[in-house]
Write a protein that binds this ligand. Sequence first.
Ligand SMILES: [Cu+2]
Length: 341
Amino acid sequence: MTHRKLFTSSIAAVGIAIVAIGAKGQPDSAAVQYTDFGSTKTPVGPAFRAEVQPPSSARIKEFRIPITHETIEIADGVTYEGWTFGGTVPGPTIRVREGDLVRIKLVNESPMPHSIDFHSARIPWDVAYRSIMPGEELSFEFTARDPGVYLVHCGTPPVTLHIMQGMYLAIIVDPKEGWGTEVDKEFVIVQSEFYAQPNDAGRPLQADFVSAMDKRAKYVVFNGKAFQYKANPLQVDLGDRVRLFVVAAGPSFRSDFHIVGAIFDRVYPDGNPLNVLEGVQTYTVPAGGGAVFETVFEEGASGVGLYPFVTHAFADAEKGAVGLIQVRSPVVTASEDPTTQ
Ligand SMILES: [Cu+2]
């Protein structure tokens, strides 16, 4: 098994800055990490980027989150008039550590009222989660006291509509003492469903609120697009321990999360390591909830091959909530190959 500890220094994308606020030589923990999701759009092609990087050690993390209305692709060749945090569905994954101070600046760049609700925050709803009008901004902060993986969503009425339009993302709060295992790959999977109906000729599909109230989804998807990881499997190497952060955004469906051909050696309901389950085949993530899943792909036990991940509520899987994990043999270079030495 080749565990390669994930590095913590990979926060380098455009729009992310770590600014030291103390004296020269002060440790990173005295810094502020600023991320503008207006300029760090999560790549969505050929598939929404599911890989997540570890959090930085900055103890104050600031996020500017623009709300925009966008045309999104919810299945191959199927476009939809969506509403977003940060220009994509789902919105960008936010990752912090337990104890961090999280500062949010929400900017409404859309033509209608919206809001943001962090399930990871203990904060008055009427203060932080109130709706803001087009052109308005809202700033608030909270301490990430509770480790886990959580849903973040727009809470403006009707909430069903705002969620089904695409207004959700995942926030990961890493435990202060870590997860207890070293992993090789980490992925975020946000399940949600779309209720779509035709629009005027030549225009993207639009919301079908009647179907949403009847829970008759057109598509059920992982990370915003039906079957995208079937066409573009998540890549892992033989021997990898893999951690998946799974969130069910709904608006109304749960995720009965399962990997065909693997067993989770650990599941942390809500992503809190105090809640540990061992030897799990399928675990239900409720709408509005999250869980952390870990499994190992090793020779003789989930070795080289393809592994579908699904919601095992199969009527939902048939509508798009199916992806693949591809396990490969790591490429051995000549200098690493003992037979050539
Ligand atoms: Cu909204």
